[in-house]
Design a protein around this ligand. Structure first.
Ligand SMILES: Cc1cc2nc3c(=O)[nH]c(=O)nc-3n(C[C@H](O)[C@H](O)[C@H](O)COP(=O)(O)OP(=O)(O)OC[C@H]3O[C@@H](n4cnc5c(N)ncnc54)[C@H](O)[C@@H]3O)c2cc1C
Length: 417
């Protein structure tokens, strides 16, 4: 029997599902609202495509936090090493960077995407661009299946196209619609409502790997917008990591902030603010700083004293003036403590659209182990639209690829049941 499967969303998750199905000679149609595929994947490649990470598997899976159990199952069947091997088979060599992160040799996503789409095309996958999925045909009647014309076992979905509304039927559908960040690249999160209307439990999409607002004084904002803050240790709750970030007009952003962003976001949600602690001289002990700062200042300004004695200047000194009272700056003990543990209040995450990825999405409780929606037999989900999050470091793409495989294989099991 010639089965047909519709995959909606041509990002890493949807394309991986298309690969699994086309290898088994299933008729696969990939639909995407944009005029080209994999836009977010291509954007990820702009700053150096971090495909995956080379750390031990145990450490790797710990990055998925409270979703580790579910995602570990996907990754057992498609490990970070399998992903590298898969890329190699596409002719894309990879290398491990100094941080252990894995990148394609060319750093970009476009060469990989180009050969991958060619291979899928040769395997018979058909692509339908500018097809925006807008829900199920019969969801108002409480169903997603075709009704009353002999096609009752097929899923019936509709698209907005340049030629008007189009409806299609398929034996199974895989939704791989992405999260809700960078909507201009195609994943706008509009699907949340359509799935909720069909009775699926979806957690609200929230920014993940995001920056935060800080109530900078106009003086600080004007002087330091765009300045990097390097070699600091950020502590917040259980998080403690050395790295760097950037001061923005609105607040802070960058790799170190992204890494702590899930914890910070959740704390702000509960308490209205989150106070991070910054060690601005992680290579110097409290005692060393205290001794140097205790030297008589004479007629020197505080800025010149800080620079001459402990080498603190520019934006780091600016942060001290921003958050430490004049009185405390004059106390060597309090000044030393502030350099080692500067408290910076973060008041809100930046909007979802600016985030690298999103948290929230279709809950795991709504899905079976094959990623089929329990309430909507024949409809599967994969990728960032599921309710999990991970830091940057290749963890996002690895899990998206792996979930696409699980959904593809899930459809195969469903079709031959
Ligand atoms: C700037 C940036 C840098 C990144 N860098 C990295 C990195 O280096 N490493 C890493 O691991 N991750 C990175 N990511 C994250 C990674 O790109 C995403 O997690 C990944 O692309 C998600 O894959 P996906 O297939 O689930 O969804 P997406 O890639 O978002 O694809 C979803 C597709 O669905 C389509 N779609 C959505 N709604 C509809 C609809 N209603 N009808 C039809 N089509 C629809 C979209 O057009 C899109 O093509 C980065 C993200 C950004 C924004």
């Amino acid at each position: 029997m010639n089965h047909s499967v519709a995959i909606i969303g041509g990002g890493p998750a949807g394309l991986m599902a298309a690969e699994v199905l086309s290898q088994q000679h299933i008729k696969v149609d990939v639909y995407d609202s944009m005029s080209s595929l994999g836009r977010k994947f291509l954007m990820a490649g702009k700053s150096g495509l971090n495909l995956t990470h080379s750390e031990p598997f145990e450490k790797f899976v710990s990055r998925y936090g409270n979703r580790r159990k579910e995602i570990e199952k996907w990754l057992m069947d498609f490990t970070p090493d399998d992903l590298r091997e898969w890329a190699h088979r596409l002719g894309v060599e990879t290398f491990v960077g100094t941080s252990g992160r894995v990148f394609p040799k060319e750093m970009k996503a476009s060469p990989l995407l180009r050969v991958w789409l060619k291979r899928l095309n040769e395997a018979g996958v058909r692509f339908h661009l500018k097809h925006r999925w807008i829900g199920f045909v019969n969801s108002a009647q409480g169903g997603v299946l075709a009704a009353g014309d002999g096609d009752e076992s097929k899923v019936h979905i509709k698209f907005e196209t340049s030629d008007g509304i189009k409806s299609i039927r398929a034996d199974a559908v895989i939704l791989a619609l992405g999260g809700g960040s960078w909507a201009r690249l195609g994943s706008d999160g509009a699907w949340v409502n359509w799935l909720k209307q069909a009775g699926v439990k979806v957690e609200a999409l929230k920014p993940s790997n995001c920056g935060f607002d800080v109530a900078w004084s106009p003086h600080f904002r004007g002087k330091f917008n765009g300045h990097p803050i390097k070699s600091v240790v950020l502590s917040f709750a259980s998080f403690r990591q050395q790295g760097e970030f950037i001061v923005t007009k609105e607040g802070v952003e960058g790799s170190l902030i992204n890494a702590a962003s899930a914890l910070i976001r959740d704390a702000i949600e509960v308490k209205g603010e989150a106070v991070i602690s910054l060690d601005m001289a992680p290579d110097r002990s409290h005692e060393w700083l205290f001794e140097k700062l205790s030297k008589p200042r004479g007629s020197r300004s505080m800025s010149s004293h800080l620079e001459k004695t402990v080498g603190l200047k520019g934006v780091k000194a600016g942060l001290l003036y921003e958050f430490v009272s004049k009185e405390d700056l004059l106390s060597v003990e309090k000044l030393t403590s502030s350099i080692k543990q500067l408290r910076i209040p973060l008041i809100a995450p930046r909007p979802l659209d600016e985030a690298i990825s999103s948290a929230g999405g279709v809950t795991f409780e709504s899905l079976n182990e094959n990623l089929m929606i329990r309430e909507l037999p024949g409809i599967f989900c994969a990728g960032e639209m599921l309710d999990w999050e991970a830091p940057t470091g290749g963890y996002l793409l690895t899990a998206c690829f792996a979930s696409g495989r699980v959904a593809g294989e899930g459809v195969l099991k469903w079709l031959i049941k």
